[in-house]
Ligand binder design. Structure first.
Ligand SMILES: Nc1ncnc2c1ncn2[C@@H]1O[C@H](COP(=O)(O)OP(=O)(O)O)[C@@H](O)[C@H]1O
Ligand SMILES: [Mg+2]
Length: 242
């Protein structure tokens, strides 16, 4: 039996002034699914995540959450169970790991729930657990990315939107981050939309992917199949002719 579609983007277009960033994009996300969004710089990947999280106005098209049309507004999306980890590991540098996590639980008023969640999240990140009082600024790039992920989990999301989590990390560290993302997906059944440009890594951890170019989805399907297809080379080498 097919699982319920959790989130659906139907024919979504977004403009920034005169720039058409998304042009009729369709995307589905099932419960618990891990899906990749790939494409060259400027393709519109970040804009898709921002549109889902209510950070950019949508010109046309519909966003459906459990088959119901919604107009995304960030704080409401958090309540629905969506968490966004933007590009660039934006941790609070002058706050400790513990404080960063608490900030991630900002929407929760009950201190006990924040404590429970912190404990649960830290089970996934034993390295962070050892350094709870350490200031985020002293962490390595990889550790900061882990912290950004951990913070993203503090709202206990059903959907995690991740924008280029491996950016600027050495390949070995990026691999650890990907492994952790897979673990989050498998253990917590969190659905994840991950934007990446590290194609090989990504296709190893996701079953399904969308390839975006110039604001349009130009290919979608099983990751392994896509990895072998010519489309990847075409899109990423800028030889776009469809
Ligand atoms: N705030 C903005 N104002 C104007 N143009 C933007 C803005 N953000 C993105 N764009 C443009 O929209 C397009 C898609 O950008 P983006 O979604 O960031 O792509 P990606 O994440 O795939 O690199 C690009 O042409 C980019 O220059
Ligand atoms: Mg981007």
């Amino acid at each position: 039996m097919r699982q319920e579609i959790l989130l659906k983007l139907k024919n979504i277009s977004v403009n920034y002034g005169g720039v058409k960033a998304l042009d009729g994009v369709d995307i589905n996300l099932d419960e618990g699914e891990l899906v990749a969004l790939m494409g060259p710089n400027g393709a519109g990947k970040s804009t898709i995540l921002k549109a889902i999280f209510g950070l950019v106005p949508i010109q046309s098209g519909d966003i459906l959450w459990h088959n119901e049309k919604i107009s995304p507004i960030s704080y409401q999306m958090v309540k629905r169970g969506v968490s966004f980890v933007p590009q660039g590991r934006r941790v609070f540098a002058d706050l400790s790991i513990k404080e960063n996590l608490e900030m991630g639980g900002f929407a929760v008023k009950d201190k006990r729930i924040i404590d429970q969640r912190t404990k649960r999240v830290l089970e996934l990140f034993p390295d962070l657990k050892e350094k709870l009082e350490t200031k985020a600024r002293t962490l390595s790039g990889g550790q900061q990315q882990m912290l950004a992920l951990a913070r993203g989990l503090m709202t206990d999301p059903k959907v995690l939107l991740l924008d280029e989590p491996s950016l600027g990390l050495a390949p070995k560290i990026a691999k650890e981050v990907f492994a952790k993302i897979k673990e989050i997906n498998e253990q917590h059944k969190t659905a994840i939309v991950i934007v990446e440009h590290n194609i090989k890594f990504l296709l190893e951890i996701t079953r399904r992917a969308y390839i975006l170019d110039k604001g349009k989805i130009v290919a979608e399907g099983g990751s392994r199949k896509l990895l072998k297809s010519e489309i990847i080379e075409k899109v990423f080498m800028g030889k776009t002719k469809y």
